[in-house]
Ligand binder design. Structure first.
Ligand SMILES: [Fe+2]
Length: 280
């Protein structure tokens, strides 16, 4: 049977992708930031996931104000790399897993989570930067991807509690999938950052690190964090962290942290990363 073997949370800052694409990860500004992903890259090579359920948000690329699904699952065979204004990133196309994706969609909807099914969707830095951070620059990505796009761009985003519960529903879906596949779930985005306005560049390292602590120790506190606290404490884009709670909810009650990395600054954003393993 299919099994979720691990969860990964990672920022998806576009500057990290551009730095990889231009071969600048060794430069002094970036070196320490990228060093924190070396452990995970080696670990991923050993783990060899068959599929990653990749929770991310679209940044007005595939969706705009005409369509704003709260939870959209990609059910396509493949996904093109989006042109976000300066040409598509030079990374491989993303290969989907329609059988698993439709299974998750059906299971979640019958479990009372109203997913939007998407058959065509270009994927932007929210999805491709995490793949680059985990897998470097291969000729082809080493696993299939089920994209799960969450609205955190336009108010109102879903609550952290709803995201956590969706993760639990995804775990039930995967557990009922009758194929022997090694599935990882990744939550992306965050951590504290504000891109515009008088508080642009806001970083709250203490808040971020407590969030990382409680992904392991007290996820139920995180479920209850209201939107206004994300806005006040982590800036206008910190709400992306609710996507990490989908990943965390899918791992079950107890987890063990295998690796953790926090780095400031990267662009004007705090980089957070944690690798979690479910404890039976
Ligand atoms: Fe984002």
């Amino acid at each position: 049977m299919a099994q979720i073997t691990a969860g990964v949370a990672v920022s998806h800052i576009p500057a990290l992708g551009a730095t990889i694409d231009h071969g600048r990860t060794h430069e002094p500004y970036w070196k320490a930031c990228f060093a924190g992903f070396e452990w995970t890259r080696a670990w991923e090579q050993a783990e060899k996931p068959d599929v990653v359920i990749l929770v991310y948000n679209d940044h007005a690329t595939a969706f705009d104000m005409n369509f704003i699904p709260t939870f959209a699952i990609g059910c396509a065979e493949r996904y093109a790399i989006a042109d976000e204004g300066w040409g598509p990133r030079p990374v491989p196309e993303v290969i989907g897993d329609p059988d698993l994706a439709w299974h998750i969609a059906q299971s979640c909807i019958l479990d009372e989570f109203d997913m939007t099914m998407v058959s065509r969707m270009d994927v932007d830095h929210g999805l491709t930067v995490p793949l680059s951070l985990m897998f470097d620059q291969p000729a082809a990505w080493p696993c299939k991807v089920v994209p799960l796009a969450v609205n955190v761009v336009t108010f109102p985003p879903p609550t952290g509690n709803r995201c956590y519960a969706l993760g639990e529903a995804i775990a039930r879906a995967v557990a009922s999938y009758p194929a022997d596949v090694n599935v990882q779930i990744w939550g992306t985005g965050g951590m504290s950052h504000q891109l515009q306005g008088p508080r642009a560049g806001l970083i709250n390292a203490a808040w971020d690190n407590r969030f990382l602590d409680d992904l392991v120790d007290d996820p139920h506190r995180l479920r209850g964090i209201p939107h206004i606290e994300y806005l006040r404490e982590t800036g206008s884009e910190g709400i992306e962290m609710v996507m990490w709670l989908i990943m965390r909810g899918a791992l079950g009650p107890q987890v063990r942290a295998l690796h953790r990395h926090y780095h400031v600054p990267a662009s004007n954003t705090a980089v957070g990363h944690i690798v979690l393993e479910p404890v039976a």
